[in-house]
Design a protein around this ligand. Structure first.
Ligand SMILES: *Cc1c(COP(=O)(O)O)cnc(C)c1O
Length: 236
């Protein structure tokens, strides 16, 4: 496990990478937020990162949100859900997060809508798109994305803020960048077709955030670059 000083230094290094990537792309650094992907990290580690300035936390599993809640609920950070959401976990996830980034099918939107109506709340959501075409990835297929965005937007309890993707995992930087460009192009098409602003593009991770920023990311999701390698394979 990394020492606290390492977490602080890594967080600063990630922020510097994002800032450099923004300048290289002719963008302002304040256009891109860093979300910390905290799966498998104990709450105490997450708390260190929040003390070091992290303001956005992303969890992949409802179980981990529940386990860490006693620590994290009182900290000055916003929690998002970035993992695959099963419909039977919808009620639970709403206890912990202010945004679900992984809406990728109509039944999840329907279930969120129903529960939010009971709670008399609204929720920010992103629609997750499978831009890599890999079967192992969640997300709506690019060809169906605009239609799904339109359907999700009909739910009056859901505020569709934009799109999220887990891009292609490949050593081919041009192919990775193309998967991020695809998300931006879907956003641009949906903007016209659905008439929503869709300002948020959540894309880019520890290994490829520069490519994502170059293609218009407004939020990068970073785990291992801050916390070190994960002990077991990453959840999605
Ligand atoms: C783990 C994870 C990340 C961060 O991945 P790193 O390579 O550790 O930066 C980003 N997004 C999602 C959905 C993740 O599950």
């Amino acid at each position: 496990m990394l020492a606290e000083a390492d977490i602080r230094a890594n967080l600063a290094a990630v922020r510097a990478r994002v800032d450099d990537a923004c300048r290289a792309a002719g963008r302002r650094p304040d256009e891109v937020e860093v979300l910390l992907a905290t799966k498998t990290q104990p709450a105490a580690r997450v708390a260190v990162a929040v003390a070091a300035g992290a303001r956005l936390i992303g969890e992949n599993r409802v179980q981990e949100l529940a386990e860490k809640d006693a620590w994290l609920a009182s900290l000055p950070c916003e929690r998002h859900f970035i993992g695959h959401l099963q419909t039977n976990k919808v009620n639970q996830v709403l206890r912990y997060v202010s945004c679900v980034q992984s809406v990728d099918r109509p039944d999840v939107a329907d279930r969120l809508q129903r529960r939010l109506a009971v709670l008399d709340q609204v929720l920010d959501v992103l629609v997750q798109v499978n831009t890599s075409g890999e079967d192992s990835k969640f997300g709506v297929a690019p060809a169906d994305a605009v239609q799904l965005i339109g359907e999700v937007a009909k739910h009056d309890r859901l505020r569709v803020r934009g799109l999220m993707t887990v891009g292609l995992q490949s050593p081919d930087a041009a192919a990775v960048r193309a998967s991020y460009r695809a998300l931006r192009e879907i956003r641009d098409r949906a903007r016209d077709a659905v008439g929503l602003e869709l300002p948020t593009l959540s894309m880019g991770m520890s290994g490829d955030l520069e490519s994502a920023v170059a293609e218009g990311a407004t939020m990068v999701r970073v785990g291992s670059a801050v916390f070190g390698p994960r002990p077991r394979p990453a959840g999605r």
